[in-house]
Structures are given as structure tokens and as C-alpha cells.
Design a protein around this ligand. Structure first.
Ligand SMILES: Cc1ncc(COP(=O)(O)O)c(C=O)c1O
Length: 347
């Protein structure tokens, strides 16, 4: 099929199946990094802009303002180009530099929040404040506010439709990260509409406050709600069966393991979702077709998650994770498994 614009490339992402030996489970990885902006967020960014234009809140030639750690910003930057809008991204130093460079390349104006922050501290509160201020001050500007924007969760209906079709109607569990909660809410609600027995698991970084645990700094990017911030209104807890935490080391070591053993570059937060999915499969909590989105690619974290020096200096290496993953994935048989069990299914 020949398409006419880049946003037509959003969605219809492939699914990669990884069987989990000695269980009845298999991971169905939905490769959302194949979206044109490189993440699952392209879906909701387009939807938020369309909703704002449709409601008249955003006028042609207007200005989008958003606080973003990167992926939403990249999606919005692409939408701004297509719809002829100006885009101002409000970021902090926690955001991956490569993501900011992409936003700039797409014509976004990038504003860093002022103030001194530790590098593992997310300045979400200040980011939100500045974005709201700019949205109020600049003529024609609209603060998208993804955390409270219903069009965020609403942007995942195609993800659900594609996933159900690819899994031939059988989605037994869904394990995804939770940041604003938009993807979790939109996807969990949609999957449960199709099959109320689908088990939904939300993974947050250890240190995030989504499920009421004590808050402290973490390095996983684009996911979780840091201490001091409030959980977004878009997150609907009633569609989540289980909320779990994953450490930075577990998440990052898993992302590195997947790269080295399966030739798939996934981002840090996705590493965490895969680690927890495998753990819960082996505990017997979930089974069958377990869908995990590859929220974004490791290409965006080459200077952090995939840099030994960076990890070592921050004490983020954990030698126990790879042997654990070897056991869960039956590493002894992996070369055979990989050739037989990895199959690409196209929607
Ligand atoms: C890297 C990364 N991790 C996790 C998430 C989940 O975020 P949210 O809860 O805002 O949908 C996203 C965005 O979808 C992301 O870009």
C-alpha cells in the first residue's frame, strides 16, 4: 500500500511471539517502536491533536504546548508538522537527550525548566506548571496536559483492535508500563471489553507513587509518577487487576539481555515490563497469550541503558538478573527456540 502522509504510518505494528519454556505462556511483543516517531505515544499524540482541533480548542495555525519526557513530544512534533501548528515542548534534564534532539529536528521549540535537579529527579511538577503558564500566556496556545486528557487513553483503540486480531481473539493477559496511565487505561479497558477475563498488569518503576508505595528517584524514563507529583486523571485504576514495581536494574538489565539474546533493541521501561511479565508467568499469576508493548526502542537509550560506563557509575548493574532471565527463558535451549519460536505475525 502506498500512503500519503507520515501519520498514516502510525499503527498496524507487527507482533513478535516468544514462547516461554515449561509454561503454557508465550509473550506477544507488540512492536510499537515501529511507529514513525519510534514509540507507542505516536498514537495518543495524534489523537490529542485531532480531538483539540475537532473541539475548536485548537485553531489552525495555533500552538501546542506540552510537558513531555520525550516520546509524547516526538509524536506531537510530528502532528504539528502535518497540521501546520507550532509546538513548544517543556522538558527537564531527566529526558533522554536523543529524544530531545529528535523533537528539535522535527521543528519543536524546546524549553527546559529552570532550577537545580538531581539527574535522577524528574521535574514533572515544574514542567506541568511552566507548560500551563505558557498555554495561558501565548495567544492561540493549548496546553495538551496528557495526564488529564481523555484523548490520551482514547488514542489506543486501534492498538486494541490490532492486538485482538493478531492474537486471534485470545488475549489472556496484558502487561504494560504506567506513566500518565493513558496507554494502560485505553488498552486495558478495550481488551476487557473484548474479554473481561483478560488479566491487566501495570508496571511502575520502584520509586514511583502510582500504587501508593513510597516515592524516591528512579532512572527509568517516560514511565511512573515521581514523588511530589499527582497521578493523572486519565488513569482508571478500575481497569487494572495488578500493580507491580520493577527496579531500574531489573528493567535495564532485561533490556540489555533482550538485545544480546534476541537482537531486539527495547527501551528501559519495556525491559521492566518484560521482566515482570516473565516473573508473573513463572509464579503462575498469568498464562496463555501475554501481550507486552515494546513502548519504544533501545535506539533512544544508547548513551544510558546501553552504556556500561553510565550504568556502572550509577550502580545500576545487577549480575543476578541475566541468570534469572536465562532460567525463565530456558536459555540452554534458546538457539533452537529462537529459530522455531520467533515468528512474525503481521496484522
Ligand atoms: C518509554 C515509555 N514507557 C512507558 C510509557 C507508558 O506511558 P503512559 O502511562 O503515559 O501511557 C510510555 C508511553 O506510552 C513510554 O514512552
Amino acid at each position: 500500500m502506498i500512503l500519503n502522509k507520515v501519520s498514516d504510518l502510525i499503527g498496524n505494528t507487527p507482533m513478535l511471539c516468544i514462547s516461554v519454556p515449561e509454561t503454557n505462556a508465550r509473550l506477544l511483543l507488540k512492536i510499537e517502536k515501529n511507529n514513525p516517531g519510534g514509540s507507542i505515544k505516536d498514537r495518543m499524540a495524534r489523537n490529542m491533536v485531532l480531538a483539540a482541533l475537532k473541539s475548536g480548542r485548537l485553531k489552525p495555525g495555533g500552538v501546542i504546548v506540552e510537558s513531555s519526557s520525550g516520546n509524547t513530544g516526538i509524536g506531537l512534533a510530528m502532528a504539528a508538522v502535518e497540521f501546520g501548528l507550532r509546538f513548544i515542548a517543556v522538558v527537564d534534564h531527566h529526558a533522554a537527550q536523543d529524544k530531545i534532539a529528535v523533537m528539535k529536528a522535527l521543528g519543536a521549540e524546546v524549553r527546559y525548566v529552570a532550577g537545580e535537579y538531581r539527574e535522577d529527579e524528574v521535574a514533572v511538577v515544574e514542567r506541568q506548571r511552566l507548560a500551563a503558564e505558557l498555554g495561558g500566556e501565548i495567544p492561540g496556545a493549548v496546553f495538551m496536559n496528557q495526564s488529564d486528557n481523555a484523548a490520551n487513553a482514547g488514542g489506543y483503540s486501534d492498538f486494541v483492535r490490532e492486538t485482538v486480531a493478531q492474537a486471534k481473539g485470545n488475549v489472556d493477559a496484558y502487561v504494560g508500563c504506567v506513566g500518565t496511565g493513558g496507554s494502560m487505561t485505553g488498552i486495558a479497558r478495550g481488551l476487557k471489553l473484548h474479554n473481561p477475563n483478560t488479566v491487566t498488569v501495570a508496571v511502575e518503576p520502584a520509586g514511583s507513587i502510582v500504587f501508593g508505595h513510597p516515592g524516591y528517584p528512579y532512572y527509568q524514563s517516560g514511565t511512573g509518577t515521581p514523588a511530589g507529583d499527582t497521578v493523572g486523571l486519565v488513569l482508571d485504576y478500575s481497569c487494572i487487576d495488578l500493580g507491580v514495581q520493577v527496579t531500574d536494574s531489573q528493567a535495564f538489565e532485561t533490556a540489555r539481555y533482550i538485545a544480546r539474546n534476541m537482537a531486539l533493541l527495547v527501551g528501559g521501561s519495556t525491559g521492566g515490563a518484560i521482566f515482570k511479565a516473565l516473573e508473573l508467568i513463572h509464579k503462575g499469576v498469568i498464562t496463555g497469550n501475554v501481550v507486552v508493548p515494546i513502548a519504544d526502542g533501545g535506539e533512544k537509550y544508547l548513551h544510558t541503558v546501553f552504556n556500561d560506563k553510565w550504568l556502572g557509575e550509577r550502580n545500576l548493574l545487577d549480575p543476578d538478573v541475566w541468570p534469572q532471565l536465562d532460567t525463565w527463558l530456558g536459555k540452554a535451549q534458546l538457539p533452537d527456540n529462537v529459530s522455531t519460536a520467533l515468528q512474525l505475525s503481521v496484522a
